[in-house]
Design a protein around this ligand. Structure first.
Ligand code: NG1
Length: 411
């Protein structure tokens, strides 16, 4: 009998560890990537989002050391070995280097706790890189959970996820906390509604006959350079819009509570009044960014109810509306993302949208289980074959399996 899938991966990780470090690993850690179903570019505004963890994951085997050195060998030859010492202020590698996602949790944990114990590890990730499926947070969480466990500090999923969200900012992206939270705390067969400040998670079962199809445009949405600058600019624009609308709320005495956050704005005057005020006081791109944030927050609220009542068509319609808003108001789509969304809809999906930060990366489409083959065929023949990507199709096109969050086990 030949092994395949996770069992074969675990064996090759163990063999590589023995080859590299001359002894056997003692533990294994895994942390999944995620697909965001609804609620894009609003986690950093502290508004709820609706992602799920997927079967693609970062997995490592490791052995503790008796000093503060971390050595990580990546099974993929594309990524060179990483070695550093755990301490506050770990020196960064060049921008975009994968080592920064290993150093980030060590730096953050060392700033908060007296951690000292390092490890040797061999790692492999099956999350496509720079594709909006959170390969970065899977890596940060896998290394962070390993360090937390070895140094006997916080390993409860949500508190650790909050530390990891802060940790990932070491890499230069001013991200929200969605990715680290769902990767740490996801539950099998479920999506999750995640709210922030304070971080909370509600698991929502996905109906059996719903399938979420992930399709990778093949255009990398790199986390460094231009894309990082655009992402950070969007965040700044949201802050600017909130400040202007908040000042108008106070001037008009619409609420007596301070309007210092998006959740406070919605609690104070509600989404419809906020939208109307936004149209009045904001111009141009700030008005568009604000409209996306408000309508997307409303879609997440409705989507959680539609999931509970298994309303496939209704949920799909919200995904379509989300894509429209990300395209026209938030300006983070791309021709390839739009094309894949269109093909999915024509192929029988009830809804489709870009997922993750955009500017390339993946789409997520919702289809009834019976319609999945039609969607996969349409995407294959109309998008992947013409681009010569069909040979590597499994990496570009797959049905998401809602998966459990990060864990650590003895070998
Ligand atoms: P991606 O680029 O898909 O990993 C980023 C942010 C999220 C969220 C989404 C947009 C990080 C680690 N992730 O995700 O927090 O803001 O964009 O909804 O920065």
């Amino acid at each position: 009998m030949t092994m395949s899938g996770p069992a074969a991966q675990a064996k090759s990780l163990r063999e590589a560890f023995v080859g590299r470090f001359g002894e056997s690993p003692s533990h294994t850690t895994r942390a999944p990537g995620r697909v965001n179903l609804l609620g894009e570019h609003i986690d950093y505004n502290d508004l709820p989002v609706l992602p799920m963890a997927i079967q693609r994951e970062a997995k490592l085997v490791f052995r503790p050391r008796n000093d503060s050195i971390v050595r990580i060998h990546n099974l993929s030859a594309e990524f060179e070995d990483v070695e550093f010492e755990i301490r506050p202020g770990v020196a960064k590698s060049e921008a975009g280097h994968w080592a920064n996602y290993c150093k980030a949790p060590a730096d953050e944990l060392a700033r908060r706790f007296a951690i000292w114990r390092g490890f040797d590890a061999v790692i492999e990730s099956t999350v496509p890189v720079a594709s909006g499926l959170s390969s970065s947070s899977a890596l940060v969480n896998a290394v962070g959970l390993t360090l937390a466990y070895l140094n006997e500090i916080e390993t409860e999923p949500l508190p650790l996820a909050e530390v990891m969200a802060e940790a990932e900012r070491y890499t230069g992206t001013r991200g929200g906390g969605m990715d680290q939270a769902i990767s740490m705390a996801g539950r099998a067969n479920c999506a999750a509604k995640i709210s922030f400040a304070p971080l909370r998670i509600t698991h929502l079962a996905i109906p059996n006959d719903w399938s979420f199809i992930i399709a990778d445009t093949g255009v990398r949405a790199e986390k460094s350079g231009n894309r990082q600058a655009t992402y950070n600019r969007r965040r700044q624009e949201c802050e600017d819009a909130l400040r202007a609308v908040g000042a108008a709320v106070v001037a008009a005495e619409m609420t007596h509570q301070p309007v210092d956050s998006y959740p406070a704005l919605l609690a104070g005057i509600g989404v419809h009044a906020a939208l109307a005020l936004g149209e009045d006081v904001l111009d141009g791109h700030l008005a568009r960014r604000f409209r996306h944030v408000m309508t997307e927050a409303n879609r997440v609220r409705e989507a959680a109810d539609l999931l509970l009542s298994a309303d496939l068509e209704g949920f799909g319609a919200l995904m379509d509306a989300s894509h429209g808003s990300l395209h026209s108001d938030y300006h983070v789509s791309s021709p390839e993302l739009d094309e894949l969304v269109g093909i999915a809809r024509e192929g029988g999906a009830v809804g489709a949208r870009l997922t993750g930060a955009g500017f390339g990366g993946c789409t997520v489409s919702l289809a009834d289980r019976g319609a999945v083959d039609g969607v996969l065929e349409a995407m294959t023949s109309q998008y992947f074959e013409p681009r010569g990507l069909a040979a590597d199709l499994d990496n570009h096109l797959f049905v998401a399996i809602p998966s459990a969050g990060a864990e650590i086990n003895e070998l």
